[in-house]
Design a protein around this ligand. Structure first.
Ligand SMILES: C[S@@+](CC[C@H](N)C(=O)[O-])C[C@H]1O[C@@H](n2cnc3c(N)ncnc32)[C@H](O)[C@@H]1O
Length: 264
């Protein structure tokens, strides 16, 4: 009998492929559900499999079937069915890291559903554990590439907001193409945001902050919330994130960029 009811190996695939495909947790997040880690497309994340702690693994095993979602790019998500209250406005958070700030925002605003997306397995386990310990019913954890989630699985006008806090800055010039906030991403995000929906980004990497402001200001579907066309003051609802803390320790300056989806 395979350990932990693990799937029986498929004899039609070479052993190395089978190992790569094998889920780390039988009912937990699938490794690379849409195959995007091996696609030739330019990605904004670094494919990695970090070690999960016992507690994170335990949370993944128990809570993934209830609150987890694999981004396989195959089905259309009904956000009304994802949360207990079908009327909950839903905000997508892209790249929640370890999820501490996500859990804080969910606790502070139970009237908003947070669909939190990342490829980072330890963070997924951590956020599920935080949600359970804090009695949060308004967080769902999505595993995989946010681009595929937006493009293939979310309906037009379905999101009340998108949050991108401290996205990987990709500081080397040859990696700038991997930055998430680019015109193509904005065009896609605009289709999934409801009119008036808020796109909120924050970064401690000055050149990326400038790029965010520049591409968003040039995007026809978005309007700056700031009448002077500049950066936004940090809103009270955004808690200090783990990456932000690390940036501040290095003396970095943090910028928030807040634009709304224009009416069509
Ligand atoms: C620098 S970390 C910031 C984490 C967290 N927001 C914070 O401030 O502590 C960026 C995170 O975004 C995730 N990420 C990058 N591109 C992504 C994508 N296309 N889809 C999902 N997650 C992504 C990475 O895996 C990483 O965990």
């Amino acid at each position: 009998m395979p350990e932990n009811n693990a799937p029986t190996p498929d004899s039609s695939v070479p052993a190395s492929d089978a190992r790569r495909r094998e889920p780390m947790f039988p009912d937990g997040p699938a490794p690379d559900p849409a195959g995007s880690h091996h696609e030739r497309r330019i990605r904004s994340f670094q494919p990695r499999r970090s070690r999960v702690t016992t507690g994170q693994g335990e949370s993944l095993r128990r809570l993934w079937p209830k609150w987890g979602l694999d981004i396989d790019g195959l089905s259309r998500l009904d956000l009304g069915e994802l949360f207990d209250d079908p009327k909950l406005p839903v905000v997508l958070e892209i790249g929640f890291g370890m999820g501490e700030a996500t859990a804080q925002m969910a606790a502070a605003d139970p009237g908003t559903g947070i669909l939190a997306c990342d490829v980072h397995t330890p963070g997924q386990g951590n956020l599920l554990g935080l949600a359970e310990r804090n009695g949060l019913t308004n967080v769902r954890v999505a595993n995989g590439d946010a681009i595929i989630l937006l493009r293939e699985m979310l309906a037009p006008d379905s999101l009340a907001g998108i949050r991108v806090y401290f996205p990987d800055p990709w500081p080397k010039k040859r990696h700038h193409k991997r930055r998430l906030i680019q015109p193509e991403f904005l065009a896609l995000a605009a289709t999934r945001l409801a009119p008036g929906g808020l796109l909120h980004c924050a970064t401690d990497w000055e050149p990326y902050a400038e790029q965010m402001l520049e591409v968003l200001s040039a995007a026809p579907d978005f309007e700056n919330t700031q009448p002077d066309g500049g950066f936004a003051p940090r809103p009270d609802f955004r808690p200090l994130t783990r990456f932000e803390g690390q940036g501040l320790d290095k003396g970095h300056v943090v910028h928030d960029v807040m634009f709304t989806r224009r009416e069509r």
